[in-house]
Design a protein around this ligand. Structure first.
Ligand SMILES: Cc1cc2nc3c(=O)[nH]c(=O)nc-3n(C[C@H](O)[C@H](O)[C@H](O)COP(=O)(O)OP(=O)(O)OC[C@H]3O[C@@H](n4cnc5c(N)ncnc54)[C@H](O)[C@@H]3O)c2cc1C
Length: 554
C-alpha cells in the first residue's frame, strides 16, 4: 500500500482510499475540486460539516460517509448507478443520519447546499407567476408566448385550466364559453396576422426565408398573446436550492387558489424523492404555522372591511369604461433628492477609512462638477450593457407605479433584484389593442373575444373573486409597483429596451430610463445602452444573427 502526497491540510490518502474517493471528486489532490456522482443530500450534508470540522472535505467524505455504515452510502450511491428507485429508498432509510448531520451542523442555510431541477407542466399562468415570484435561490424558465403557438388542442379541448371552484359553480359553462372564444379568436387571427406582417414588411434579399418566417411568426404571437387568458396552461422549469423550495412551497400552500395547493403538494412529492431533508419543514408543524402567518397577513387586511381605502376594489360592480385616453403607464412616485451625493459617498467609501456618515458629509460639500467627475470616473467607458457600474449604484432607490397589460407585467415580473407587488388581475383598467391589429383590420374579433371574457370575469368575480382572475386575458392592464436601485435600473432599462424585446415592455423600459434621467441626469448619464428605436419586426435582427451562427446564407 503506497502513500500519496499530503494535501493542503497535511492529510494523506493511501491508494485504497484514493480509489474509494476517485469516483466522487474531480481531483484527488488539488485544493480546488468539484463533487460528482453524489446525491444532493450527501453533498449538502458533506458541506454542512465544513463549519464544525477541521478535516478536509475528502477526509470527511471518506470517514463519515463512505466508510460510515449509518450513512447508507453504499446503498444510496451504489444503488444509484443502476437503479434510481433503490437510491431513493436508501436515502429514506438513512434519513435520520442526514437529519442529524444537517440539523446538527448548521443553521437554516444548510438547506441551500442541495438543489433540484423540477418540471412543472400544464400549470396555469396564475401558477407560473406564483412560482416566478421567487427571488433568491430559484431560477425559472418558462415556455414562451412568442416562440410557441398556444392553440393546440388535447382531446379536442383548448389547454386552459378548468379551475375547480369555477367548474363546480353555476359559472362553469360561461367560463368555458368565454375561454374557448379567446382561443378560437387567437387561432383564427394567427394566419391573417402573419399575412399582414409579411405584406407590411416584405423579406429583403439579405434575409433568409427561415429568419423571416421565424420573425413574422414571433411578431404575430406577440400581437395576439393578449387573447390568452391567465388560465392558459404552460410549462415552467425550475432549478432551486432546498431552502428556497421550502419557502416557495410554504407560500403556495398559503395562497387562496386550489391549483396552487395542488401544485405545492405535487412539488413536495417530487422534492421528497430528491432532497427530502431540505424541504420537509414546508408541511411540518413549523411550516403550517408559517403558512398560517402568511395567509393571516392577507386575510387580516381583507377583514378590515371598507374603510374608504378599498373603494377601488370593484369586484362585482359594473365594468367601468376602459380609461380614455390611454392611462399613464409609468409614474415615478419617489426618489431621493440627494441621491448624487449619497452615490458619491458610496463610491468613495471603500477608498477611505472614515465612517459612512463622515464620507456622506464630505460628498455633500462637493460641487456638482466635482460630483460629476467622481461619478464619471466610477462609470468609466462601458463597452456593453454587461459592464454595469458597481454597488455604489445600489445606493439610490426609485419607486415606480406601473400600469400596463398583463403580458408586459408577465415579462417584467421576472426581474428579481427589486421589490415588486401587484394588485389583483382584473379588467377594470381596460385592455390594450396592438396598433398593428387595427391596421390589419383584425381588431374587431380581438375586441369581441376580450369583451366576452371581461363580462365572464365580472360575473364570476361576484362569487369567486380569487378564482375569477383565471379568466383575465393578458391584454388587460394590471397595476404593480416596483422599487429598485439605480444598478437594477441600468440592467432593466438596457435589457428590456433591446430590439428583440416586446414593444409593450420596451415602452416601459424607455419611460423608466427617461424618468430617472429627468431627476438624476448625472447618475443616468452612463445608461448608454437603452435602445430607443422602433422596430417593425422585433426578432428580425436576432434571427439574422442566428443565421450567421448557423452558417446559413439567404
Ligand atoms: C428578449 C428576452 C426573451 C426572454 N425569453 C424568455 C423565455 O422564453 N422564457 C423565460 O422563462 N424567460 C424569458 N426571458 C426572461 C429572462 O429569462 C429573465 O428572467 C429576465 O430577463 C430577468 O432578467 P435577469 O435574470 O437578468 O435579471 P434580474 O432578476 O433583474 O437580475 C439582475 C441581475 O442580477 C443577477 N442575478 C439575479 N439573480 C440571479 C441568480 N439567481 N443567479 C445569478 N445571477 C443573478 C444577474 O446578473 C442578473 O442579470 C426573456 C428575456 C428577454 C429580455
Amino acid at each position: 500500500m503506497s502513500t500519496a502526497a499530503t494535501d493542503v491540510w497535511g492529510d494523506q490518502f493511501n491508494e485504497d482510499e484514493r480509489a474509494l474517493l476517485a469516483p466522487f471528486v474531480t481531483d484527488l489532490d488539488a485544493p480546488i475540486f468539484g463533487l460528482r456522482n453524489l446525491p444532493e443530500v450527501v453533498k449538502g450534508a458533506l458541506f454542512s460539516r465544513y463549519s464544525r470540522s477541521d478535516k478536509s472535505l475528502r477526509r470527511i467524505l471518506l470517514d463519515e460517509f463512505i466508510q460510515a455504515p449509518e450513512s447508507g452510502f453504499d446503498a444510496i450511491v451504489g444503488g444509484a448507478a443502476t437503479n434510481g428507485v433503490a437510491q431513493i429508498v436508501a436515502t429514506q432509510q438513512a434519513e435520520a443520519f442526514y437529519e442529524r448531520v444537517l440539523i446538527g451542523y448548521g443553521d437554516d442555510s444548510v438547506a441551500e447546499l442541495g438543489g433540484a431541477h423540477l418540471a412543472c407542466e400544464g400549470i396555469s399562468n396564475v401558477a407560473a407567476k406564483a412560482l416566478e415570484d421567487s427571488r433568491i435561490g430559484i431560477s425559472p424558465l418558462e415556455k414562451s408566448t412568442r416562440y410557441v403557438v398556444f392553440n393546440r388542442k388535447v382531446d379536442g379541448r383548448y389547454r386552459y385550466l378548468r379551475e375547480t371552484a369555477i367548474m363546480a359553480s353555476r359559472h362553469a359553462a360561461a367560463y368555458e364559453v368565454a375561454m374557448d372564444q379567446l382561443f378560437e379568436a387567437y387561432s383564427t387571427l394567427l394566419e391573417p396576422t402573419i399575412a399582414f406582417l409579411r405584406e407590411q414588411t416584405p423579406r429583403d434579399v439579405a434575409t433568409s426565408e427561415r429568419a423571416y418566417n421565424s420573425a413574422t411568426r414571433a411578431k404575430a404571437c406577440d400581437l395576439l398573446r393578449g387573447l390568452l387568458p391567465m388560465a392558459t396552461l404552460t410549462n415552467v422549469g425550475l432549478f432551486g436550492n432546498g431552502r428556497a423550495f421550502e419557502y416557495l412551497l410554504t407560500r403556495l400552500y398559503a395562497a387562496p387558489q386550489t391549483e396552487l395547493h395542488e401544485l405545492a403538494d405535487a412539488m413536495q412529492t417530487a422534492l421528497d424523492t430528491l432532497i427530502p431533508s431540505f424541504v420537509k419543514r414546508a408541511k411540518s408543524e413549523r411550516g403550517r404555522a408559517h403558512q398560517e402567518y402568511l395567509r393571516g397577513m392577507r386575510e387580516r387586511i381583507a377583514a378590515l372591511g371598507d374603510g374608504g381605502w378599498r373603494l377601488g376594489a370593484g369586484y362585482g360592480q359594473p365594468n367601468p369604461q376602459p380609461p380614455s385616453p390611454i392611462p399613464q403607464e409609468v409614474t415615478l412616485v419617489d426618489y431621493e433628492p440627494d441621491a448624487e451625493a449619497r452615490t458619491v459617498a458610496a463610491i468613495l467609501y471603500p477608498h477611505t477609512d472614515l465612517p459612512l456618515a463622515e464620507v456622506r458629509a464630505l460628498a455633500a460639500r462637493l460641487t456638482d462638477a466635482e460630483q460629476l467627475t467622481i461619478i464619471r470616473a466610477y462609470v468609466g467607458e462601458r463597452a456593453s450593457r454587461f459592464h454595469r457600474p458597481g454597488r455604489a449604484f445600489e445606493e439610490p432607490f426609485y419607486t415606480f407605479d406601473l400600469l400596463a397589460d398583463l403580458g408586459a407585467y408577465r415579462d417584467l415580473q421576472r426581474h428579481r433584484m427589486l421589490t415588486q407587488d401587484r394588485q389583483r388581475y382584473g379588467v377594470r383598467h381596460g385592455y390594450v389593442t396592438p396598433p398593428e391589429l387595427d391596421a390589419a383590420g383584425l381588431s374587431a374579433p380581438y375586441a369581441a373575444a376580450l369583451e366576452r371574457a371581461a363580462a365572464a370575469f365580472e360575473t364570476i368575480a361576484a362569487d369567486l373573486p380569487a378564482q375569477a382572475q383565471y379568466a383575465v386575458p393578458l391584454a388587460f392592464r394590471v397595476r404593480w409597483r416596483i422599487k429598485l436601485n439605480l444598478r437594477e435600473v441600468y440592467h432593466l432599462a438596457e435589457l428590456r429596451s433591446a430590439p428583440q424585446g416586446h414593444p409593450a415592455y420596451r415602452r416601459i423600459a424607455h419611460a423608466i430610463a427617461a424618468a430617472v434621467s429627468a431627476v438624476h441626469p448625472t447618475l443616468a448619464e452612463g445608461m448608454r445602452f437603452v435602445d430607443m428605436s422602433d422596430y417593425a419586426l422585433d426578432r428580425l435582427d436576432a434571427e439574422r444573427r442566428l443565421d450567421a451562427k448557423l452558417g446559413r446564407l439567404p
